[in-house]
Design a protein around this ligand. Structure first.
Ligand code: NAD
Length: 335
């Protein structure tokens, strides 16, 4: 059988250091992948004059599986988010963001195991927005929800719940106010839920969901929601288990998948060897599970858990005083 080639985008800011750590871990556990390195973001802009060069798009399409570091989207007119562009271009309609408690983090809670499944291509991120008055004082943006889009993400969520033997899916919405868009999402998700009698379906308005997540997060199992709510709720969930350094995400479509950290390029700590590489290591675990390599995924997860629980060379965000490279060395030793 030919080797799987993984497209690797090291990304900007802390990206290269944490992606490098994840590749070392994959190699150590005996994954025989070929890696095709391509650029995107500021790194690509500097080299090629483009944020998302055609060669990068071609590699993502050719290899189907991509491991990606965070990308900096320059602030200002004319720059659309690279991440949003990638998600739309490859129809990566599902953004899967799991958070689990690791013993040894400074998190406020224990025993959290929540997967947020965020619709990734529609809603407020549809990209239609403009300033509508000549004096620049009024702006508008359009949110688009389709029945097809709502249905496929709801099916994805219930299928994920069933495959992972989970008990409950919470549909998070704001249909009481956003009657058309959120209303269509809720109605469609309800219809899908009725086809899964083995899984409890719960409905929750997004503001209440935020409060419930902070007060009693253990009640949640799988959350399915629209793009903007999913973006915000998944960062909230990351905060429950120790911060953005512990939060991975998978962007999954019918043909391609891109695995990444939830967080950005962290310019405040870039180049200082301070970043926690767990986010991208956890994204690699998601990638291995997607590829059916559960054994290797589990080995990495338990090595990571052991490092964090013992506090052996952990990074600052985890309460330690060590660097990205020290933390990675501790994980590699256990493998
Ligand atoms: P950020 O996620 O980069 O950082 C937020 C805070 O979390 C910072 O204090 C940072 O130091 C900390 N942090 C993030 N990752 C960490 C890690 N692995 N270990 C320890 N601490 C970590 O958010 P931001 O500063 O708002 O955004 C910076 C840039 O990243 C922006 O250009 C934004 O557009 C981009 N961004 C990219 C992605 C992506 O590529 N998926 C996602 C979000 C933001």
């Amino acid at each position: 059988m030919s080797k799987q080639t993984i497209t690797v985008i090291k990304g900007d800011g802390i990206g290269p250091s944490i992606v490098e750590a994840a590749i070392q871990v994959l190699e150590k556990v005996g994954c025989e992948f070929d890696y095709e390195y391509v650029d995107a973001g500021l790194t690509a802009l500097e080299k090629t004059g483009e944020l998302l060069p055609q060669a990068t798009l071609d590699a993502i399409a050719r290899n189907k599986i991509t491991l990606k570091g965070p990308l900096t989207t320059p602030v200002g007119e004319g720059f659309t988010s690279i991440n949003v562009t990638l998600r739309k271009k490859f129809s990566l309609y599902s953004n899967v963001r799991p958070v689990i408690s690791f013993k040894g983090t400074k998190a406020r809670y224990e025993n959290i195991d929540i997967i947020t499944i965020r619709e990734n291509t529609e809603g407020m991120y549809s990209g239609h927005g403009q300033v509508v008055s000549a004096d620049g004082m009024v702006a508008e943006a359009t949110s688009i929800v389709t029945k097809e889009g709502a249905e496929r993400i709801a099916v994805f969520a219930f299928e994920t719940a069933r495959r992972e033997k989970r008990k409950k899916v919470t549909i998070v919405h704001k249909a009481n106010i956003l009657k058309s868009t959120s209303g269509l999402f809720l109605k469609t998700a309800r219809e899908v839920a009725s086809r899964y009698p083995d899984i409890e379906a719960q409905e929750m308005i997004v503001d209440n969901a935020c409060m419930q997540l902070v007060m009693n997060p253990q009640q949640f199992d799988v959350i399915v929601t629209t793009n903007l709510f999913g973006d915000i709720l998944s960062d909230l969930c990351a905060g429950l288990v120790g911060g953005l350094g512990m939060a991975p995400g998978a962007n999954i479509g019918a043909d391609c998948a891109i695995f990444e950290a939830v967080h950005g390029s962290a310019p405040d700590i870039a180049g200082k060897n301070l970043a926690n590489p767990s986010s991208v290591i956890l994204a690699s675990i998601q990638m291995l599970e997607y590829l059916g390599m559960q054994d290797k995924a589990e080995k990495i997860r338990s090595a990571l858990a052991d490092v964090i629980a013992s506090g052996d060379r952990t990074t600052r965000d985890l309460g330690g005083s060590f660097g990205t490279t020290d933390f990675t060395a501790a994980v590699l030793e256990r493998l």
